[in-house]
Design a protein around this ligand. Structure first.
Ligand SMILES: [Mg+2]
Length: 149
């Protein structure tokens, strides 16, 4: 979880009018994993869901997601200028990516939410807030800075 977007706030407005946006809390990662697993079993698709196939399918979905943004230029946070139809389409493609990611994690026996929490903790060590706040430098650019001072 790193975000090194545009350093110029004017070129990357983050005030989308919904600063408190949150996901709904009624569905867990485990709920999604179980639903996707059942979906595949009911169709006898488990046989095709090898890690490699799932990875390639997910990359294909990332391509579909990218197409939505292609040629649009920079997009405002909260996508206030998009039609409801385009927002629904975006949600569908984001979901396709997530569904394959969850299925891939299951097939590799990776506890994805636990791994994500661990990775956030690692990133916090790599990017200490007091050292990197407001900067988009990569962690390697900070290494050794303490000794230079
Ligand atoms: Mg798709």
């Amino acid at each position: 979880m790193t975000s090194r977007g545009d350093a110029n706030p004017a070129a990357n407005p983050s005030d989308d009018g919904h600063p408190e946006f949150k996901f709904s809390s009624h569905t867990s990662f485990e709920d999604l994993r179980a639903k996707v697993h059942t979906f595949a079993e009911e169709r006898d698709w488990d046989q095709y869901h090898t890690p490699r196939n799932l990875l390639l399918a997910m990359v294909g979905e990332v391509g579909e997601l990218s197409e939505i943004f292609q040629w649009k230029g920079e997009v405002k946070s909260g996508i206030p200028d998009w039609s409801e139809k385009d927002k629904v389409h975006l949600g569908q493609e984001l979901s396709d990516v997530l569904i394959y990611l969850i299925r891939l994690a299951q097939k590799c026996h990776i506890d994805l939410p636990a791994a994500a929490l661990d990775k956030i903790a690692l990133n916090a060590l790599k990017y200490p807030a007091d050292r990197v706040k407001g900067s988009n430098k990569k962690y390697s650019e900070y290494e050794g800075e303490e000794e230079k001072r």
